[in-house]
Design a protein around this ligand. Structure first.
Ligand SMILES: Cc1cc2nc3c(=O)[nH]c(=O)nc-3n(C[C@H](O)[C@H](O)[C@H](O)COP(=O)(O)OP(=O)(O)OC[C@H]3O[C@@H](n4cnc5c(N)ncnc54)[C@H](O)[C@@H]3O)c2cc1C
Length: 440
């Protein structure tokens, strides 16, 4: 039982989750005049980018066989967020990542930037608030029950956006979701930051590319064969905005018995945290022993939680196909664009398939549930095939999806329509008026 009284909140829009998607959606809708409540289970926004320490804003730049200068293709809310990070000294210049570029952000600056933008937009934010039930009457979603430290909060909302990353709202409402390739999702990674690194010496030895060269992979394979707990040999190490620091994206988490983990299974989520910590220790020790520049390094911190790449995907009225990504397909109702490669973390080595000098678009229908009214969803849980998710899930695109969701919510509220009744082309046009430059 819970004897405490249930509080009630009436809003135009409930946003569940404060990752890149939720922040962009909430700010955009509130600026358009909606009364917005954003709930987030952690004590800060940022989701995978901050709690998971994913560390970089991928998906901004065109890829090229011979990348010489960064060419930015994605615009809109993400630019405002970048400006906030830059003001706080929390974003590196573009760093080489294979055939493209990425920018490393400082997670504390990410939290502050989100706080500032949400406050300016007039969004009510509840941290440490977990969505535990959904109001569903027939096919209409009318808000949710939220657990907070003061008890349960009954949120009544005209519209709800599922920006939980895990499609929690859809799953709670009994709406259709899918999970990876026949239930097998991309593996989690525990990211950590290594301090005390001699960065000039490190760069002189291993080069400017943040994807480590084959020589480093060969050293890892040698150490694996000698029995060290280093299951991933293709690794990414990023210098950050802080002196002497590398952000380390190198672990590949699976169960102690070798089984692949799916973190929407409660036991798997817990095991991922434990195995993640063990691997972080093993990689940090290997770096100290084997990588020039890391001899005196130590672990500064890990993500607050293991980094989750993929769980449930919502079933939308449209689905982003693997072929759309590979072919750089454009849609008349495309509401976001992405030049990011397919970056699939499955098996022994991550697989990267580049989209050179091109980009694809994501149609509006990928965010509208096949069934269910008063509801939109998006972010990494968008409606997409398994490999397509491995491209479409990165941060710059999640900002774009969030902005599109916020625009759609505002249009639906203003016109008294259900999200599925909105022409995607109108959402695209409205995004262009807000600087998304989708027709450039
Ligand atoms: C290991 C790893 C490395 C990555 N590296 C990069 C990278 O270098 N660059 C890049 O651009 N992207 C990277 N990504 C991808 C990127 O971080 C995520 O895809 C992106 O953060 C997804 O944003 P989102 O808003 O969809 O979801 P999330 O960031 O997952 O945010 C969802 C939010 O919802 C909250 N939430 C969930 N359920 C509930 C609930 N029931 N009630 C209340 N709140 C809830 C969560 O706490 C979270 O804050 C990486 C991801 C991982 C896991």
């Amino acid at each position: 039982m819970d004897a405490r009284p249930i509080e009630r909140a009436d809003v135009d829009l409930l946003v569940v989750g404060g990752g890149a998607t939720g922040v962009a959606a909430a700010c955009t809708a509130a600026r358009a005049g909606l009364k917005v409540l954003l709930i987030e289970r952690h004590g800060f926004c940022g989701g995978g980018a901050v709690a998971g320490l994913s560390g970089t804003i991928c998906g901004l730049y065109e890829a090229d066989a011979e990348p010489r200068t960064p060419r930015k293709l994605v615009h809109g809310f993400v630019d405002e967020f970048i400006a906030q990070l830059e003001q706080r000294g929390g974003l590196t210049p573009p760093l080489l990542y294979g055939k493209t570029y990425t920018r490393v952000h400082e997670p504390l600056a990410w939290r502050d930037s989100a706080d500032a933008l949400l406050a300016q937009a007039g969004v009510r934010v509840l941290f440490h608030a977990l969505c535990i039930e959904v109001h569903r009457t027939g096919d209409l979603i009318g808000g949710a029950i939220v657990w907070t430290k003061s008890g349960r909060l009954d949120v009544r909302a005209r519209l709800t956006i599922d920006a939980s990353g895990d499609a929690d709202v859809l799953a709670m409402a009994g709406l259709q979701t899918g999970c990876g390739a026949d239930g097998v999702v991309q593996n989690p990674t525990m990211i950590f930051r290594l301090q005390g690194v001699d960065i000039p010496r490190f760069l002189a030895a291993h080069g400017q590319d943040t994807i480590m060269p084959a020589a480093v992979s060969a050293l890892i394979v040698g150490a694996q064969q000698a029995g060290q707990n280093l299951p991933r040999s293709k690794i990414w190490l990023f210098p950050t905005t802080r002196p002497g620091e590398l952000l380390c994206n190198c672990t590949r988490i699976r169960a102690a018995d070798g089984r692949e983990l799916n973190v929407v299974v409660a036991d798997d989520f817990s095991e991922a945290e434990v195995q993640g910590r063990l691997q972080v220790r093993a990689y940090a020790q290997f770096f100290r022993q084997q990588l020039a520049g890391c001899e005196a390094s130590w672990i500064n911190d890990t993500g607050v939680q293991v980094g989750v790449r993929q769980t449930r995907q919502g079933a939308g009225v449209a689905m982003l196909r693997n072929a759309d990504v590979v072919a750089g397909r454009k849609f008349s109702d495309g509401v976001a664009r992405s030049p990011w490669p397919i970056e699939l973390h499955a098996g022994e080595r991550p697989r990267v398939e580049w989209l050179l000098n091109d980009y694809y678009e994501v149609p509006y229908g990928c965010f509208v549930p096949e069934r269910g009214e008063g509801l939109l969803f998006g972010g990494r849980c968008l409606s997409a095939e398994h490999e397509a998710v491995a491209s479409a899930r990165v941060t710059a695109q999640c900002f774009s999806y969030g902005q599109a969701l916020g625009v759609a919510a505002a249009m639906a509220a203003r016109e008294g329509l259900q999200p599925r009744e909105l022409p995607g082309r109108s959402v695209r046009d409205a995004l262009n008026r807000q600087g998304a430059r989708l027709d450039d």
